[in-house]
Design a protein around this ligand. Structure first.
Ligand SMILES: [Zn+2]
Length: 81
């Protein structure tokens, strides 16, 4: 998966977490709580699983979420846009 695709997936899951979180706070049903947990898990999986340098494989953390990043801060290799 490209870094830009992974970034979009993380942001989409983040939005899903916010939306399901608000809905869960309002209606407080178990199904909404389960959906919230699923969205949160998906976000963490995408963040820790795919926000990585394609060359050295290190996790890029919050710098990887920045679309301005062009090179890996660890190995210096260029990162695909
Ligand atoms: Zn690297």
């Amino acid at each position: 998966m490209k870094l830009s695709t992974a970034r979009t997936a993380v942001y989409a899951c983040m939005a899903a977490v916010v939306v399901t979180g608000l809905i869960t706070a309002l209606v407080q049903t178990p199904i909404c709580f389960i959906l919230l947990i699923l969205a949160l898990t998906a976000e963490l999986v995408f963040f820790f699983g795919w926000i990585r340098c394609p060359h050295c494989g290190r996790h890029l953390d919050r710098t990887g979420m920045n679309s301005e990043i062009t090179h890996c801060p660890f190995c210096g290799e260029p990162i695909d846009p």
